[in-house]
Write a protein that binds this ligand. Structure first.
Ligand SMILES: [Zn+2]
Length: 224
């Protein structure tokens, strides 16, 4: 019963956070999704497959286990569920995962190029460059494995999966959405900067100090 009421609350949160994706111009049509871990359970709440953003409600969110098998809900889970589930299975501190094909960040991923740490905002939020993950096909564990293997060695909560798009993680789904919004914003700014010259790097000591300050001073407030 406790689990049921908790899941109801998470369904509401995940449905509400999906509205941030079109609002921040991170998605077109139905591509892109937010999920949240059900704390203490091997369960996650995610968008159903093929549902438009203006049709999303708490009731049509679906619950799956960490194999991506539907546990609760009337619709099929997002086709990206296996990747989200893999992340929860292997990164126990992650409470939320977001996937988008947001334009500028995905343009970097198409080149297989990490976004360099050339803005204080990148140091703050990502603690260094935003790394590139491997090329991986949908259908097995390879996307999830690529995300986990890349992010484990980084401070960054975002990975640019090569030729594909962005996955972000957070302590909760709100933090993962924030990382997705910021990733697209810095991808755009650094892209524009590069049109007329080479952006200047920030020294490692300054990156470390910016990251530590931001994560400690601003990292306390839950985004949602
Ligand atoms: Zn995708």
């Amino acid at each position: 019963m406790i689990v049921t009421s908790r899941i109801k609350e998470i369904r509401r949160q995940v449905a509400r956070l999906h509205a941030e994706l079109p609002r921040n111009e991170l998605v077109v049509w139905t591509a892109g999704n937010v999920s949240a871990r059900v704390p203490g359970e091997d369960l996650l709440v995610i968008k159903p497959s093929g549902v438009r953003y203006d049709e999303i409600t708490p009731e049509n969110m679906v619950v799956t286990d960490f194999d991506g098998t539907l546990v609760e809900g009337d619709l099929s889970p997002s086709s990206d569920t296996a990747a989200h589930a893999y992340v929860y299975r292997h990164m126990p501190t992650v409470g939320g995962v977001v996937h988008t094909h947001s334009t500028y960040a995905t343009a970097w991923s198409a080149r297989g190029e990490a976004i360099p740490c050339v803005l204080t905002m990148i140091a703050d939020e990502f603690g260094g460059e935003i790394p590139v993950g491997p090329f991986a096909l949908i259908g097995d564990d390879s996307i999830g494995r690529g995300i986990v293997e890349t992010l484990r060695g980084h401070r960054s909560p975002a990975v640019l999966m090569r030729n594909h798009g962005v996955f972000t993680i957070g302590r909760d789904a709100g933090a993962a959405v924030k990382a997705a919004v910021m990733c697209e914003d810095v991808a755009r700014t650094v892209h524009i900067s590069r049109q007329i010259g080479e952006p200047l790097p920030i020294g490692q000591a300054d990156i470390d100090s910016l990251y530590a300050r931001y994560q400690n001073v601003y990292g306390q407030e839950p985004v949602t």
